[in-house]
Ligand binder design. Sequence first.
Ligand SMILES: [Zn+2]
Length: 71
Amino acid sequence: MKRCEECYQTFKWDEDVVNVNDDYYHKNCVEMVPVEHVAYVNGEYIGVVEYEDMACFILDTDDYLEDVSNA
Ligand SMILES: [Zn+2]
């Protein structure tokens, strides 16, 4: 029987359940934030925007230019 990954209670037939990355949760056990932005390039949808502040937080060092303006 499936259990909520947050509260570990089994689901009842009339409870609202959400599937997140193949894990199941009560709808009330998760905070759901509406996706605010999707990205388009030249009018073509490319995906959902997930905010990360700076390239250095999400990319490997080789994947972005170091700031050399103050060097
Ligand atoms: Zn739950």
